[in-house]
Design a protein around this ligand. Sequence first.
Ligand SMILES: [Zn+2]
Length: 461
Amino acid sequence: MHSQLDAVAARADAGVEPALDQLIRYLAIPAISCKPDRAPDVVRLAEAVCADLAALGLERARVLHLEGALPIVAAEWLHAEPGRPTVLIYGHLDLQPADEDDWETAPHAPTRIGDRLYARGSADDMGGWVSHFAALKAWFDVAGGPPCNVKLIIEGEEEIGSPNLERFMDAFPDVFASDVMVLTDCENPSTDTPGLTVSLRGLLELRLTCRALSADVHSGLWGGMVPDVSIALARLIARITDDDGRLTVGRVDVGPTRAAAGRTVPIGADELRGGAHLLPGVNPLPVRDRSAAEWMWWQPCLTIVATTLPTLDRKKNALRKEASAILSLRVAPDQRGEDLEALVTAELLREPPGGVQVTVERAGWHGEGWLYTPKGPAFDAADRAYRRAWGRSLVQVGVGGSIPFVALFGRRFGDLPLILNGVMDPLTTAHGPNESLHLGVFRKAVLANVYLLDELAALGG
Ligand SMILES: [Zn+2]
C-alpha cells in the first residue's frame, strides 16, 4: 500500500507545474462576485471548472443554480471501498475586486516572480482548490481514484459573505452530506508552517453620534463656550482605547493554554510589516503582555470605518451640530456580541464630554465568532498528513476576520470534523494589492492533500 501512496505522491509532485498552468488559466477570469457586470465571468469560470472536474474523473460534475444566486460547482466520486468515509472539499471561485493602480502587476494577468505567483485569487482561493484538483488527479492517474469517497463544492459568492450558501445546503442536501469536511480558504502562519484554523472573530458595528446644536454656528463667535461635537467624538473613542490605539473594553481572558499557544505562532515584525504594508519606520504595535496571535485572533478590537467628521473639502469655521462614527468591533471568538456591545455602550454613554448628547445604535451585525476544539482521529490523521508533506506539525491558528461560510458550516455541521486549511501565508495580502501564492506552499499543499485523503480513508466512515 505504501508503495502506491509513494507513487501517488510522486505523481502529484510531478503534476505541480501543470496544476499551476491550470491555475493561471482560471486566474485570468475576473470572477468578481461583488460586481454585477462580472457575474458572467463567475458563471464562465464555474463552467470551465466543472468541465475540468469531469475530465479529471469525478462524476456528477455540475453547475448548481438557484434564483438570485451565483452558481456553485459540485462534483463527486463515491466508489471507494465499503466503509471508507466521504470527504467534502470546499473552496470558492469568486474574487475580491482589485484596484489596478495599487498593483505592480496586472491583477488578472498571473505573473510569476521568484517563488511567488501574483494574481487576484492566486491564494484566496483558487490556489486552494486547485491544490485539491492536483492531488485528486494524481490519485486518479495512479490508483484509478481516491482512497475515500470525495465530494467537491466550489462556491461563487464567498467574497460577498456567502449569502445563498445555506439555501444551497437546503436545496441540495446530498451535495453536502459527508463524514469529514475540508474547508480550504485559510492561512498558514508562515511558508514553513502549516496552519489549521480553529477560530474566527465575530463582527459588530455600532454608530456613535454626538449632538450639541440645532444648526452649525460660527466658531469664532461661540468657540470657548459651546461644545465641539468632533472633539467630543474623538474623546469618546479615546476613552475606549489605550495609547497604542487598542480597544480596552471587553478584553477576554484566553487562559494559559491559548496564551502559551499564541506565543509559539511565528508572527514577527517582518510578517506584520510585509503583510500589512507598514511604511518604512512604522512599527507594528507592541505586543505588551500578550502575543501578536492573541491580539489579532482572540481579543476584540476596534476600527473606525466611517465618520461624518468635517472633511478637508468641507472646511468651514463652524462648530458642527453633530458628528457620527461607525465603530467596527471584532468580537473575540468566545465572546458574545451582545456582551461586547453592552460594555462598549455603557462606557460611551457615561459622563458625556462637554455635555453633548451621545447615542449608540447598532449599525450592523455580521455574526458571532467561532472557537473550535479539534479533537479526534480526523485531526490526528490531518496532522500526520501535514507532517509528511511539510515536515512540521499543524499549528492551530485563528482568523481575525469573520468568514460567514465557516460560521455557517460550524452551525450546520459542527459535529463533523471540520478541517480548515489553505494556501495563504502572511505575505499573501488577500483582498489587498499584489496578492500572491507562495509556490513552495502550493507544492506542499498538493502533497498534504494527497496524504490527507489516504489518512482519512484509513479512519473508516
Ligand atoms: Zn477566500
